[in-house]
Design a protein around this ligand. Structure first.
Ligand code: GLU
Length: 484
């Protein structure tokens, strides 16, 4: 059997992380079976359609390396792959279901349905379409059709019995038909199929063997199976995926800015790290291994190890993983990606970005935190002179008051302001003065950075700041100490 999986997003906005993970799993499963991964755009609900959302889907999947074998832009044997362009495909199947008694024409208006719903609910019942039009004779139906009365086609759902099926992740599922099914609309008044109908028709016509989608569809599956059976089609293998959650009780949300792929990319996460981490949200390789490239995931992925409890998306874990990916990045690529973040605070400052990048690469967890870490290079921060105290470095304010006046003329004397020269000259003087290294370098670094923790030490920072700025800051710090 040739494995065919699909990702079938609705273009209703940005790409949710749960969607990216669904696409990833569908891709991995297809690739590890030398099968095909198909992209289908489900846009039959034109009211929910968002301009530009289809491009976001393409761009996100491409960025993640989830290249599809068949899809709207590249075509394929089962095209078109955009449901609105397949509009004419669905009606014949709906008519076939009408002919076999599994579906029927409905001429109820919205208002009529609303009135009946209100009455049922007022009497304390739960509304379900009441099969009102099921009992129209063929002649009555034909008359109404001829008269041009607007219609829909509804499924004639069973009202008794149960439907069972087996899901790869959730195991054996059984639903009471009366509870899980209703006479849902298959073809809408505008001639478009509903998602509930189109997904069955398309999955069959596109030869999909394994359907992966969110677990919110578990209870809808009996309806789909009813349609597959009514049409005499083979039911695909179902792999329902647990929801991606922020924690045990919270979903990822648009409002918290943690739901969409783009939220993470904008914050400076690497796509590779995100894809790697997402793979592990809901699946585990059965070993302690955590780092996987996409091809390695293709090898290791196992649908039987998908968890049926919610996948917790732990952003702290992702940050850690991201920092590991950044540390291993090619240096020039890091420099290129870090540059716009450097620019946010250092644009126009004439700072050696290459050197800064060397210092920052191992200290970057997410790119968006770079500006706060290097802001002191742009402007001397406010600081408490108490930070001149450092027991281990044998430094305090008194020591600093002695050391800075010694350092100033030494630094002034350096004409070629390279990191090496600053290092050599200062180290030589420290020897000459007979002082402990830390007791000079700690005050030096604090006086020009205003903070205890910096990327790089006194020499690196002095070099990055340039001679003039270094001296200016050191003099200002000394003045503060003397006036204290
Ligand atoms: N268009 C549906 C969605 O975005 C797809 C569900 C499915 O994969 O069948 O939720």
């Amino acid at each position: 059997m040739q494995v065919r999986t699909r990702f079938a997003p609705s273009p209703t906005g940005f790409m949710h992380l749960g969607g990216v993970r669904t696409a990833l799993y569908a891709y991995l499963y297809a690739k590890q079976n030398n099968g095909s991964f198909i992209l289908r755009i489900e846009d039959t609900d034109q009211e929910r359609f968002v301009e530009g959302a289809t491009e976001v889907i393409y761009d996100t999947l491409r960025a993640c390396g989830l290249n599809w074998d068949e899809g709207p832009d590249i075509g394929g044997p089962c095209g078109p792959y955009i449901q609105s362009q397949r509009k004419a495909t669905y009606l014949p199947y709906a008519k076939q279901l009408v002919a076999s008694g599994h579906a029927y024409y409905c001429f109820c208006t919205k208002e009529e349905i609303e009135a009946r719903r209100a009455a049922v609910e007022a009497a304390g019942g739960t509304w379900k379409y009441d099969k009102h039009c099921l009992h129209l004779s063929q002649e009555e139906v034909q008359q109404k059709l001829d008269a041009g009365i607007p219609w829909t086609i509804r499924m004639n759902a069973p009202t008794e019995g149960e439907t069972s099926y087996s899901d790869v992740v959730f195991g054996d599922m059984t639903f009471k038909n009366a509870e899980s099914m209703d006479d849902m609309v298959l073809i809408k008044q505008d001639g478009m199929p509903t998602y509930n109908f189109a997904n069955v028709i398309d999955d069959h016509l596109m030869g999909i063997t394994h359907v992966m989608r969110g677990m919110e569809y578990l209870s809808s599956t009996p309806r789909y199976n009813y349609l597959y059976n009514a049409l005499g089609w083979e039911i695909p293998t179902y792999i329902h995926l647990p929801t991606v959650m922020r924690d045990a009780t919270h979903k990822l949300s648009k409002r918290d800015g943690d739901a969409y792929y783009s939220d993470y990319i904008d914050k400076g996460f690497l796509t590779e790290a995100l894809v790697n981490y997402l793979a592990l949200v809901g699946w585990n390789p059965g070993t302690d291994r955590e780092f996987f490239t996409l091809p390695e995931l293709v090898e290791a992925f196992d649908i039987h190890r998908i968890n049926n409890s919610p996948g917790i998306f732990d952003v702290n874990k992702l940050e850690w993983m991201n920092s590991q990916y950044i540390a291993k990045m090619d240096f020039d690529q890091y420099l290129a990606m870090a540059t716009p973040w450097f620019d946010k605070v250092l644009a126009g400052k004439n700072i050696d970005y290459r050197r800064l990048a060397e210092l920052m690469q191992s200290r970057t967890d997410i790119f968006s935190r770079i500006p706060e870490k290097i802001a002191f290079l742009a402007e001397m921060p406010e600081y408490d002179t108490a930070i001149f105290f450092n027991k281990k470095q044998k430094s305090d304010e008194t020591v600093a008051k002695e050391v800075l006046p010694l350092l100033l003329p030494v630094l002034e004397g350096i004409s070629d302001w390279t990191e090496q020269n600053i290092h050599d000259v200062v180290m030589e003087k420290i020897q000459e003065w007979g002082r402990k290294t830390g007791s000079v370098l700690w005050p030096m670094r604090i006086s020009i950075s205003g903070q205890e923790s910096t990327p790089g030490g006194a020499f690196e920072i002095a070099y990055l700041l340039g001679k003039e700025e270094t001296l200016r800051r050191m003099r200002a710090s000394l003045a503060r100490l003397e006036n204290a």
